[in-house]
Design a protein around this ligand. Structure first.
Ligand code: ATP
Ligand code: MG
Length: 256
């Protein structure tokens, strides 16, 4: 078969997605969940904060990469943040997870510090500059993990009342069975923490992973009632999920 002309190929790839154009964002007043960060003038935060939540291997990076290309192709500057990416503590946090030196509470506070550092030094300044900030996970994953380990919801809400309320939160819901396949597609081994091995659910890592991920799905369902995020069935091919995300984000960008 003859190769397609580049222009035809380009057109075809544009047609695959329902929303090739991106709306111009309308500025909306931001808010914090609680006390927030002192001294931040919320009315100055002109950008948008979009959060993609989901378990390890649920397809967050796959979807975010496509979203960023779509947004940037139409002239929107984007910034990406994610858990364990702060310059302040990410390396120390990773090192601490290798050993057994942190209690559940100190590990939780370590993650909260990592989050606070990115909030203050990346998320807020980027929103002030009018960027679209895409967060690969946010406080909800941190809360779900802690709740699965018996943390108190009021304590967690209090801890994370520094967080900004995002403009959109999308949770990619994937069954534990599909998650296993997607994780194995990336790595030959399951991750100790993402398998919840510290919880003693099972000695078998595979079994523990399935149980732990089911617990997290339940925690996310409960959190959704409080934080009202959008749950997307991500047990599907990449493109229909991406189309849904684009449609939803388009609505969010123009919401006045
Ligand atoms: N909708 C999908 N259908 C089938 N496979 C997918 C889908 N989305 C992602 N994958 C594949 O699943 C694996 C995990 O995807 P990806 O890296 O995007 O997930 P992630 O949530 O970012 O993972 P991590 O938590 O490790 O960062 C990859 O091999 C990817 O190609
Ligand atoms: Mg990823």
């Amino acid at each position: 078969m003859a190769a397609q002309e580049p222009s035809t190929r380009k057109k075809k790839s544009r047609e695959r997605f329902a929303h090739p154009e991106v709306a111009i964002p309308t500025a909306t007043r931001k808010s914090f969940y609680g006390h927030g960060i002192p001294g931040v003038k919320l009315e100055e935060l002109a950008g948008k904060l979009i959060v993609i939540e989901g378990a390890d291997g649920s397809g967050r990076s796959t979807q975010i990469n496509r979203l960023v290309k779509w947004l940037e192709a139409t002239g929107h500057a984007t910034v990406q943040v994610g858990l364990k990416r702060s310059t302040l503590v990410s390396e120390e946090l990773a090192a601490a997870q290798e050993g057994n030196i942190l209690s559940r509470t100190t590990l939780s506070l370590f993650y909260a510090t990592d989050f606070a550092d990115q909030l203050v030094n990346v998320i807020i300044p980027s929103l002030r500059a009018g960027f679209i900030v895409i967060a690969d996970r946010y406080i909800y994953t941190l809360m779900a993990r802690d709740l699965a380990r018996g943390a108190d919801m009021d304590w967690l809400r209090n801890l994370y009342d520094i967080a900004l309320v995002p403009d959109a939160v999308i949770y990619l819901k994937v069954s534990p069975q599909t998650l296993v396949q997607r994780n194995f597609a990336k790595n030959p081994e399951l991750d100790y923490w993402e398998s919840g091995m510290d919880l003693g659910l099972s000695r078998d890592m595979f079994d523990s992973f399935l149980r732990y991920q089911s617990i997290l799905i339940d925690q996310f369902r409960d959190l959704q009632k409080v934080y009202n995020f959008r749950i997307v069935n991500a047990d599907r091919p990449v493109e229909p999920i991406q189309n849904m995300l684009r449609k939803w984000i388009d609505t969010v960008l123009t919401r006045g």
